[in-house]
Ligand binder design. Structure first.
Ligand code: KG4
Ligand code: ZN
Length: 340
């Protein structure tokens, strides 16, 4: 097995972004992400449209990633792809493409769990050696589909300490935005408006659940009910209070996340705390995680392009799997509900 100058070609197509990355060992040479804007028209991801867009985007994304990396298909050591969790139709496009490519090139395949990819993004080589967390560390993975607090013991030994019982944190942001009639995906807009608002202006429900788990669906309903009630007496309530509503909703979501992360850090006596997933782009969450450094914690946030869905995180996970000789097969079937 080749262990030096390993060239990974990685494909990610689990939801609505088609991405291809090329890595040499643990270093990213290219990471091309094609966003699917078609979903903005519908206020959420439409699975059938996502798979069709993946079919259109996948060849140009692979071509662009190879070109940017200055590599050809024949330089590739093996092909990696996401085989769950995600939307079945979307996963099938990436899986079929990766399998076909591996077969045609007579190269090995490596299957990657998307959620593993999110926390493994921390192991992508960067200029600074201090950006890679030492084991064990905690990782708060917050995306449009998932919310998990993970205890990472080594690259592949992970314990889920807490997770959402219903909506994901990103979904909660997006649903608040939808209530405020902001376009999808609304998380970044809530973040933007919140910067001008008062986080204590409105009080929303913070549902309590067992252990270190989360529930965001009660919170989402409390925002909806509150807005509808206010609109009965003031039709312009949302327009006149946009910044305060966004700041208060954001504060509620983030305080639930921070409370559980700190409880886990205390309980397991962990001093290294990492952030992953698309919601890691949120400016207030980044601020609050970074501020933990004043309390004796060391914190880690990957570059923005490795937080949102991307193939580089699939590539780095595959690289460690490849070194462990953990190869995939042509028979593997994507698993939309694949567990971590
Ligand atoms: O990881 P990701 O790109 O895709 C999934 O795997 O879901 O995460 C996308 C989610 C969306 O819900 C989006 O609204 C949210 O991340 N998001 C944000 C911000 N940027 C992206 N949420 C809050 N503030 C942001 N700045
Ligand atoms: Zn994701």
């Amino acid at each position: 097995m080749q262990t030096t100058n390993v060239i990974t070609l990685a494909i990610e197509s689990s939801c609505d972004d088609t991405s291809c990355a090329v890595l040499i060992n643990n270093r990213v040479l290219s990471n091309v992400v094609t966003n699917q804007e078609i979903h903005n028209l519908y206020g959420g991801v439409v699975p059938e449209l996502a798979s069709r867009a993946h079919q259109q985007n996948i060849v140009p994304a692979v071509d662009a990633a190879l070109k940017k990396a200055n590599m050809s298909l024949h330089d590739v050591t093996y092909v990696a792809y996401t085989n769950g969790p995600g939307l079945m139709g979307s996963l099938l496009v990436g899986a079929s493409f990766a399998k076909g490519l591996a077969l045609a090139l007579n190269k090995p395949l490596v299957e990657v769990n998307h959620m593993q990819g999110h926390y493994m993004a921390h192991f992508i080589a960067t200029e600074s050696s201090t950006s890679i967390p030492p084991f064990p560390f905690l990782c708060l993975t917050v995306s449009g589909g998932h919310t998990q607090i993970l205890l990472i013991k080594n690259h592949f030994e992970v314990i889920i300490l807490g997770e959402t019982l219903d909506d994901a944190a990103g979904e909660a942001f997006d649903k608040v935005a939808k209530t405020l009639q902001l376009p999808y995906p609304g998380g970044p807009l809530v973040d933007k408006y919140a910067q001008q608002g008062n986080p204590k202006a409105h009080i929303f429900a913070k549902p309590k659940v067992d252990g270190h788990n989360f529930s965001f669906s009660g919170f989402k309903t409390s925002v909806l009910n509150y807005i509808n009630k206010q609109k009965q007496t003031d039709a312009d309530f949302v327009t006149n209070n946009m910044a305060d509503i966004c700041a208060s909703a954001q504060h509620t979501i983030i305080s639930m996340l921070m409370k559980n992360v700190l409880a886990c850090a205390n309980e397991y006596n962990i001093k290294h705390i990492a952030l992953a997933g698309g919601v890691a782009a949120n400016s207030q969450l980044r601020k609050e995680i970074t501020a933990l450094q004043q309390h004796g914690y060391t914190t880690y946030i990957p570059a923005f392009e490795y937080c949102t869905d991307n193939a580089a995180m699939i590539g780095i996970t595959a690289y460690y799997k490849y070194l462990n000789n953990d190869l995939g097969t042509q028979q593997a079937c994507p698993q939309p509900r694949m567990a971590l």
